[in-house]
Design a protein around this ligand. Sequence first.
Ligand SMILES: [Zn+2]
Ligand SMILES: [Zn+2]
Length: 333
Amino acid sequence: METMTAWRVERPGPIATHPLQRVSLPVPEPADDEILVRVRACGVCRTDLHLAEGDLPPHRPGTVPGHEVVGTVERTGAAVTDPPPGTRVGVAWLRWTDGVCRYCRRGAENLCPHSRYTGWDADGGYAQFCVAPAAYVYRLPAGYGDEEVAPLLCAGIVGYRALRRADLPPGGRLGIYGFGASAHLVAQVAIAEGATVHVVTRSPEDRELALSLGAASAVGDAPPEPLDAAILFAPVGTLVPPALAALDRGGTLAVAGIHLTDIPPLHYQEHLFQERSLRSVTANTRHDGREFLALAAHHRLRVTTTAYPLAEADRALADLDADRYSGAAVLVP
Ligand SMILES: [Zn+2]
Ligand SMILES: [Zn+2]
């Protein structure tokens, strides 16, 4: 039997306790509706860290993380005609939905109660190969290398949904709190669409990156003018009240993360009155994904990546935990 190198979450816990273990596994077999993908690059997402550390409870034991997978179709299941072998595809977080529930039927498959996720419900891309349902993979824009296109698959797509959920008016003022992989992509999309972007982050390197990408300001505390919309990327609940307070009348704050520490009590007058809104963002639909990737094909995004060999996936997660790099980490087999 053919085997491959992969990483599994053996015992979720603090990253210092080495929750990821490097193992040798059989190369997976695609089911009838699946494709087998030879992994060329896999982005490291904060959700992988939440899964490794147990902030998100495991859905099954010993799962291989990784849901920003770029690879080529190696083989297809019996029922698959598209994409054919040799095609470059992306395997992302949303892996499967039932297609029949009230949410799926109204175009909100991101809310499907039976949805499944790559690297949580099924093995993902911290490996040399993975399988994925053919109907849920993406064709990728030309003009981006494997390593730089990987972060678009979650950081990019989910960030894009957060931007749409923030209801930024044309030419509006957007605040971005936290400036990691997702934020640095979304900032470029917003700027390309005519927004004025203010970045709030405590990291001096990230502030520098934000300004170099065209942000109007990058500060450590509060934006210099009221905001029409804001996105909270940092998984820090204590930032919710100041981000709401920074909104102009009618402004919206979207929380982009899947996990957030507790939000302190809000003061109605200071944080919500004057029709300010607080919204969450839950995953994405395939429509969001296709729309964002089409946009990325049109507006060339600058993707800042730090490559790690697949053999050092645990170090990549530890570096993410310690904020030791700017942009996005990408594993390369
Ligand atoms: Zn559904
Ligand atoms: Zn992700």
